[in-house]
Write a protein that binds this ligand. Structure first.
Ligand code: BG6
Length: 484
């Protein structure tokens, strides 16, 4: 397959927090892979900025080690590492003081694309924005990249939006939700709006319900301090699962354009009904074979934070009235698997006798790992002995379907950073979207805080608390098995 990688225009990308965990694990290895793919122009520059006192050589050394550790399988020729490292510079900087800003101002060029990645805690967003402006490092062409958590409730998200809006226009702000950069997540739009097959059936007349599962095997060890103040609702549902829900449920945008897509997603969030607490199950993992339970991992023996959540949602609009959406996500579950399953209704009338059984079409979109789609179709069970029906999957694992020559799928961060440089905001959250998601999330959290809700324990390596199974069983439905 001929590579379709087109180099982006020359740029200076400044990474505030350039020595931090995210920079080392994701941002810099991602940039390296884009360099290897030939997407980076000769005069691109990446400038790390952080508190540590270091020079360019020290930074290059740190980045080299990060790449070796985190860049995974590379399509890079031997010796290209140095070509990438030559693009790196480093400036020690004080985000809350004046040290280092004059040096940064000398380094950053005014005649190329300028992007500033705030890979720091949200408490520093305002300080950075202010100093960038003060030191003449901005104009209306620069781009700002910010990470989640974007606030922990509506009030704090609004405050962050205000801090940024004081210095930048919304068209300059790129709020990352890395789920939007995943290949198969974008495929949701391709499948829905690139095919005639699905859209006519994509409504409550034909769809019984939709399930979204994001299951992880990792626990919260190592980041318990952050996680224990967030929980699955803030860490996963308000952002990643909400984005998946939007892409599955939104109306077709008139074009694949940033605001057309984001307008439609926003309408979904605004049409969400408040969730009744009877339709929510919160869970917390207990001790596994290694002896570690959530409270040990989170270093909080009295924690009531949820590491699992399952819920039933309704979207109040013409398309979805009557079709429930079941969402579930958790840590230390039986397998790492993110999947969306669309379960269609029974055929209105069966011409077969009762022995043929009850059958339903089901479209499952596997987001990770093993990206692909299966469509369960009912056929006659082969062989003599009358008409027996069986459901078989039309299986399209993308790696098989696209063959060994398919281009390697870029990691979410690679794609998103290149979109920043290209100036394409389609896969980034707009300020009003984030606020709408918090406006829906806040009352849910407030309700269980007011009731001192205690999460249900579940075994590590399981599918979550039994109550989550009951949530479905009560409605005469069941979760699709979590599989890899
Ligand atoms: C992050 C959450 O945003 O997403 C983590 O903070 C979670 O808790 C992670 O583990 C999941 O991302 P992925 O890409 O591994 O599914």
């Amino acid at each position: 397959m001929v590579s379709r990688v087109i180099p982006v225009d020359p740029f200076d990308l400044v990474i505030f927090g350039g020595t931090g965990d995210l920079a080392r694990r994701k941002i810099l290895p991602g940039l390296f892979r884009r360099f290897c793919a030939g997407q980076m122009p000769d005069d691109a520059r990446i400038i790390g900025a952080a508190r540590s006192d270091m020079d360019d050589a020290g930074y290059r050394d740190m980045v080299r080690k990060a790449i070796v550790e985190f860049a995974g399988k590379l399509a890079c020729e031997d010796g290209t590492m140095n070509g990438f490292l030559d693009k790196l510079h480093y400036v020690p900087i004080d985000a809350r003081g004046e040290a280092g800003w004059a040096d940064l101002a000398k380094l950053v060029r005014g005649d190329v694309i300028r992007a500033y990645y705030f890979s720091v805690g949200p408490g520093l967003f305002g300080d950075l924005a202010e100093r960038l402006t003060k030191h003449g490092l901005t104009d209306d062409t620069v781009r700002i990249v910010v990470e989640k958590p974007f606030g922990r409730d509506l009030a704090s998200a609004k405050a962050l939006n205000r801090d940024l809006a004081a210095h930048f226009d919304e068209s300059q702000i790129y709020r990352i939700d890395h789920y939007l950069g995943k290949e198969t997540v974008q495929n949701l739009m391709a499948v829905r709006f690139g095919n005639m097959l699905f859209e006519p059936l994509w409504n409550s007349q034909y769809i019984d319900h939709i399930q979204i599962t994001v299951a992880e095997t990792v626990g919260v060890g190592g980041r318990g301090g952050y996680y224990d103040k967030s929980g699955a609702m803030r860490d996963m549902v308000q952002n990643h699962l909400m984005q998946l829900l939007c892409l599955i449920a939104m109306e077709p945008p008139s074009k694949f354009d940033p605001d057309a897509v984001r307008d439609e997603k926003l309408k979904v969030i605004r049409a969400l009904d408040p969730v009744d607490h009877h339709h929510i199950v919160r869970g917390q993992y207990g001790a596994g074979p290694d002896g570690a339970d959530y409270r040990t991992d989170a270093e909080n023996p009295r924690s009531f934070t949820e590491s699992f959540i399952a819920m039933r949602l309704h979207i109040s609009n013409w398309r979805w009235a009557g079709t429930p959406f079941y969402l579930r996500t958790g840590k230390r579950m039986k397998a790492r698997s993110s999947e969306i399953t669309v379960v269609f209704k029974d055929a209105p009338h069966s011409i077969f006798d009762a022995e043929a059984g009850r059958h339903r079409n089901m479209l499952s979109i596997q987001l990770q790992p093993n990206e692909g789609m299966t469509l369960d179709v009912t056929i006659k069970e082969p062989g003599p002995g009358g008409m027996r029906l069986v459901d078989v999957p039309l299986d399209m694992t993308f790696a098989d379907a696209l063959g060994p020559d398919a281009e390697e799928v870029p990691d979410a961060y690679e794609r998103l950073i290149m979109d920043v440089i290209r100036g394409n905001q389609t896969l980034f959250m707009r300020g009003d979207e984030v606020e709408a998601a918090w406006a829906w999330t806040d009352p849910v959290i407030a309700e269980w805080e007011a009731r001192n809700d205690v999460p249900k324990p579940y075994d590590p390596g399981s599918t979550g608390p039994d109550d989550a199974l009951m949530l479905m069983h009560r409605d005469g439905r069941r979760w699709r098995d979590i599989r890899t």
